[in-house]
Design a protein around this ligand. Structure first.
Ligand code: XUL
Ligand code: CO
Length: 448
């Protein structure tokens, strides 16, 4: 059997077999130790819970360059001079990778899939061509699209913003790209559509009318929503918060900021949040905090899984390997009822020094195993530990009597004053933080 049965052209990851689950004791680096797709946990298979996706941009487009030096990765699918032929090869490489890794979903930007043409019409034509090919590959492999998006931040025309650009001509180009990317997402059966506002912000407040820019962004997103619904998009629109990088300030700062923006502009019914781990830490929050704020607002849509580096404050987009982080994340996701249209997209890149094709597999295997372990531990904590009961109990004084009346809006401030005067000094009730933290560790080590 060909190792790359679905493509039938060049094999880009020779010598790499389909990655299998071999269990915790395996020393095979090219095997899953925890991710067992068909294993049932808390009523669903791991595959159904985690809904892993591979991102096209870091995995198949980025060459490992940084501001101080050029790319280092070996990317044989980029060899051809003709950009459309190279894009076709890249698609082959991507679908070979997806199938060998065994993930159910993938994600793309329009410009990852097809190059920008000399005109709007040529860009649309090339994208359409690659979407047709991707549709064929999806059919033959069973791969599904988690989400699509438009890259309205790389081209120099977007240097002052896309939908928030002070020049209306630029806004029209952003619209052309978003329209075509929505068409592509619908054609490929995408479950969600993402807006990451990489250039939607400012570099200098003196020359910026932030109020007007935010109004433009709200209007633009409403137009995109209406167009998407008009062509039959039934999935979820997602905003991906990020406070900075590349701009000095980006408007979609964090989950609570975006939740307020969506409500102000009447978008909350159609839009949710795509929470990215490293964006959370850039905003001065933890990953878990951002997920909890999104979930509490009823807006947790999807996750971009990666991690930052505690030694600097940048968006390093490293593969997630921190078990404590994934346990916390899965506690929020499970308590929220799990993903619907969303999933776990590895918006992460191998290090510049990791130059082998194999490294891309090792990175994803590690990320998938770390989230699979996080899922097992979180499910065990929720099903068997006293954590949920303890937290509920802390608020028991609001479950009946005057506390209940307070929550029901039946009391005024003066009523509370009288209750304070009559009740005397409250007892100090321990929050038991150390006990709770110890409990989490006990379950991390106990869970198989
Ligand atoms: C950038 C980032 C993007 C979005 C999609 O930090 O996360 O890749 O996920 O545009
Ligand atoms: Co992202």
């Amino acid at each position: 059997m060909s190792a790359n049965p679905h493509i039938g052209r060049q094999e880009y990851f020779p010598g790499i077999p389909k990655i299998a689950y071999e269990g915790a004791e395996s020393d095979n680096p090219l095997a899953f130790k925890a991710y067992d797709a068909g294993r049932v946990v808390a009523g669903k298979t791991m595959e159904e819970h985690l809904r892993f996706a591979v991102c096209y941009w870091h995995s198949f487009c980025a060459d490992g360059g940084d501001p101080f030096g050029p790319g280092t990765r070996k990317l044989p699918w980029k060899a051809k001079a003709d950009p459309v032929a190279a894009a076709e090869d890249k698609l082959d490489a991507a679908f070979e990778f997806f199938t060998k890794l065994g993930v159910p979903f993938w994600c793309f930007h329009d410009r990852d899939l097809a190059p920008e043409g000399a005109s709007v019409a040529e860009s649309e034509k090339w994208l359409q061509h690659l979407v047709d090919l991707a549709g064929e590959r999806q059919k033959s492999t069973g791969m599904k699209l988690l989400w699509g998006t438009a890259n309205v931040f790389s081209h120099p025309r977007y240097m002052n913003g896309a939908s928030t650009n002070p020049d209306f001509n630029v806004v029209t180009h952003a619209a052309a790209q978003v329209k075509a990317a929505l068409d592509a997402t619908v054609a490929l059966g995408g479950r969600s559509y993402v807006f990451w506002g990489g250039r939607e912000g400012y570099a200098c407040l003196f020359n910026t009318d932030a109020k007007r820019e935010l109004e433009h962004m709200g209007r633009f997103l409403g137009m995109a929503r209406d167009y998407g619904r008009s062509i039959g998009f039934k999935g979820t629109f997602l905003i991906e918060p990020k406070p900075m990088e590349p701009m000095y300030h980006q408007y979609d700062v964090d989950a609570q900021t975006v939740a307020g923006f969506l409500r102000e502009h009447g978008l909350a019914g159609d839009f949710k949040l795509n929470v990215e781990a490293n964006h959370a830490t850039l905003a001065g929050h933890s990953f878990a905090h951002e997920l909890q704020m999104a979930a509490d607002a009823g807006l947790l849509g999807s996750i971009d899984a990666n991690r930052g580096n505690p030694q600097n404050g940048w968006d390093t987009d490293q593969f997630p390997t921190d078990l404590y982080d994934t346990v916390q994340a899965m506690l929020v996701v499970l308590a929220d009822g799990g993903f619907k249209d969303g999933g776990l997209n590895f918006d992460a890149k191998v290090r510049r020094e990791s130059t082998d094709g194999e490294d891309l597999f090792l990175a994803h295997i590690g990320g998938m195993d770390t989230f699979a372990r996080g899922l097992l531990i979180a499910a065990n904590i929720l099903e068997n530990s006293p954590l949920a009961d303890f937290r509920k109990q802390r608020y028991a004084s609001f479950d009946s009597g005057k506390g209940r009346d307070f929550e029901d809006g039946k009391l005024g401030l003066a009523d509370l004053r009288d209750l304070a005067a009559a009740g005397g000094e409250p007892d100090k009730v321990s929050g038991k933080q150390e006990w709770v933290e110890n409990l989490i560790n006990d379950y991390i080590f106990r869970t198989k």
